[in-house]
Write a protein that binds this ligand. Sequence first.
Ligand SMILES: Nc1ncnc2c1ncn2[C@@H]1O[C@H](COP(=O)(O)OP(=O)(O)OP(=O)(O)O)[C@@H](O)[C@H]1O
Length: 702
Amino acid sequence: MNPGSRSANLEVAPRSRGPKHGFSKARSRSSREGFPDSKPRGEFSRDSVPHADPKLISSPQREDRNPSYRRKSRQYNAVDERPGKWSEERSPQGPHETRERRFGEGYRDGNRHLDRQERPQTHDQPRPRFRNDIPVVTEFSESNTTTTKQGSSELAAQFTSPPLMPGILSCLTDILGPHATPTPIQSLSLKWLLNDSAQVNPEAGWKQFLLASETGSGKSIAYLLPVLQNLKQAELDTAASPRSPLTTSSGPKRALNPRALILAPTHELSRQLAGFAKSLLHEVKLRVLCASRANMKSTKERDSTARQMVAQFDASLGNTGEFELKERSGFPVDVVVGTPMKLLEMVKGRGWDRKEISKEEEAEESELDNFGKPRRGRDKMVGFGKWRSQPEMGLANVEWVVVDEADVLFDPDFQETTRQLLADISLARGHPVPLPTPVLSQSSAVTTPASVPTPLDYPFNLILTSATIPSALATYLDTYHPKLMRLASPNLHHLPKTLQTEYVNWTGGNKLADIERRIRRVWAEDASMAGATNGDDGRSLSKVLIFCNKSSKVDELGTYLQERGIKNIALSSTSDQRKRGSNHHLDGFLRVRETGTKDSEDAANVNTSPTTPEPIINSDPKSSPHVMITTSLLSRGLDFSPSIRHVFIVDEPRNMIDFLHRAGRAGRAGERGKVVVFGKMKGRGSAKAKDVRKKVGSLVSH
Ligand SMILES: Nc1ncnc2c1ncn2[C@@H]1O[C@H](COP(=O)(O)OP(=O)(O)OP(=O)(O)O)[C@@H](O)[C@H]1O
């Protein structure tokens, strides 16, 4: 810990003196691509923003000081928020339902809560009011933030200090290029997680960390490097007594006994993370499995077992022999990536969360669901024993757990599942922890303080990552993880520095036509830029990612653009493409890596060398989709291609957290990007619209 620390467990990386964003290589590439440097309309002057005190994120003084804002505020009134505008997002099912909606169509990934939103809703009950604005953390305030002047010298400026294993380092170099340097959050992670001497909890030996940094700042590498290196090192250390997952004393034998779990809110993100982890392991050969239900080629998901999953996983590797089965009876998978609900299903057996009912009840209930509708699919399976499958995964070997997008997975609606899994791991490892009953509310209070909550000391290393720390997560961490070491980048809770902001006014006519016009303008600018720089005939037309609040709007906009010759992919939680068992529905939009490795069914994104600009394949928007329309479903964690240089926010952001994540799908890894916020300039709701704009402005990096 730095001598100058005011807080015992929080460190913020010092501001880099090098490239502003810590992505030197990527930045030079984006410069080559000639992204316009001019300051966009509606952007606040970065100079007017005081340095990195997150408390000032919503500073009301900013626009007063900024003449640009006063001028622009006459032009843009941002967005309409008439009472009842969000009525479709409000749910008669109570706060659970409401929050599922608010977090973007719910992340329906094997998470039972999330399926509820798909059920028919009645509209005769009072609708709960939304809290429009979840404050973007006051947690990292000056009072407990260390600016680490002394600490800066201790932070890694290279990936070689502290040393990475040669195999991991060479894969990392393949991915990022030879000149890549760690981003601030990676420097912190290398210092605190990789360096064994930096034990935070020496008595217990288990580490608890939060990695918090803005979108696209490399949090995946920040946690993957220490986790993978540690796993490999442990394997080497026990080489004399070979690892034998099936011989653990506690718990029954399982096909899978991973040593690390990575939890993510969607299976799309799980696949991408699994693929990324694999790309770091070509040489050190640890085995990563993405436990995504949709991975299975079989449509009968009930028939899928861990054994089948591993078999398919092997098949997807093309029989390269890269990951050999070490024991005929077992599958030495080291890392399993998946949604908490999917992993729980593998641990407890599918159907573990269904209630047991009597035969009479069964007869009564089997035909109709709670809403009186005929049961279909999985919901039809009632009655213990008929639908419950055998557990497939053991947890006794788990020594590392990463909770990616921790603010979602510890959100009051999802934390029950996440914490159940963490408690199960603890139990399997012989150190049960209490499963706390109270769920923390959004406010800083505990809703049902049955007893004084006891801090959770899990018997494994726990890493939480997030680009945003809502107050609910801050409260949760304060309550249950007081010893957790918080590592934060200085740009936390701001938009990436390379992301510009632009406001577009609705013309007052057809909003869909306004959106179409703005898309065409993007391509016109691209074409003229390409023409001006290298005579390119428009091959470098960029792609546009559009976020709506509702599935119905996604479909409507998709159809409208399609009819006007703009091919697009409209994707919401209910889209059939999501069920196909791969990330192919995101093809052309996710970042592609160029090592020749096949993008396998279970998410293996291949490596890319940043020295080679990403190829623009079939860049005609008439023949291949250049527009993706979606909801917040795809706003979390996904590493979108640098060819997405524009994110359109066409519906009023539900809160600034959601906004940061949506906007952050562009401007990643030092690439230039632009977030275009559509809004209504005049008429009702202008006060709130100004408020939205003010808040967005205060997220701009300085
Ligand atoms: N040190 C680095 N130099 C250059 N590029 C990097 C570096 N670290 C990571 N990247 C690249 O940055 C991109 C974004 O990384 P990543 O997805 O881990 O960001 P993130 O912080 O997890 O974002 P989000 O909050 O949206 O999940 C990836 O393509 C990754 O390869």
